[in-house]
Design a protein around this ligand. Structure first.
Ligand SMILES: [Zn+2]
Length: 153
């Protein structure tokens, strides 16, 4: 019993009603449990196109990646018959845009609170001066006004 017999006909050979041997170009990428994926791919691309695509690359990893991409494209196209993957791209772009706006808002909020924190620590310093120093209340108030003025510039 060879490998092909052990795993059963691949999805492509099942579809074509062919004998699946160890030289089958589809078997490594469309095993018998990928009938549904294969069906979607050839509905979109045709079996000849798929064969040409598989022959266009030599490395098995590249073939696997390519098949993965074709399966994904076919799956998306079956879910979005009109716009296909463009619909997905568009949706993701909108999400990126929305997230970017949220990020901008968060960064502005952080900057606001940092500035606020900086000011309140400055006020604390002034209070320390007023409790420990010999300065009059009038001087402290003046110092606060001055420091606030300096802060604005
Ligand atoms: Zn096969």
């Amino acid at each position: 019993m060879n490998d092909a017999d052990a795993r059963g006909k691949c999805a492509a050979c099942k579809y074509q009603n062919k004998r699946c041997d160890e030289n089958c170009p589809f078997a490594p990428f469309f095993p018998s449990n990928k009938v549904d994926e294969f069906d979607k791919v050839i509905r979109l691309f045709s079996i000849d196109f798929l064969k040409d695509m598989l022959n266009s690359v030599t490395a098995n990893e590249e073939k696997a990646k390519m098949v993965e991409t074709l399966i994904l494209e076919a799956k998306i196209r079956s879910e979005n018959p009109v716009y296909g993957s463009i619909a997905v791209t568009e949706k993701l772009n909108l999400e990126i845009e929305k997230t970017q706006k949220e990020l901008d808002l968060i960064q502005k909020t952080i900057a606001f609170y940092k500035e606020l924190g900086g000011r309140s620590s400055l006020n604390k310093k002034n209070e320390e001066i007023s409790t420990s120093g010999k300065q009059s209340l009038q001087d402290v108030k003046k110092a606060r006004v001055d420091s606030n003025d300096n802060d604005e510039t």
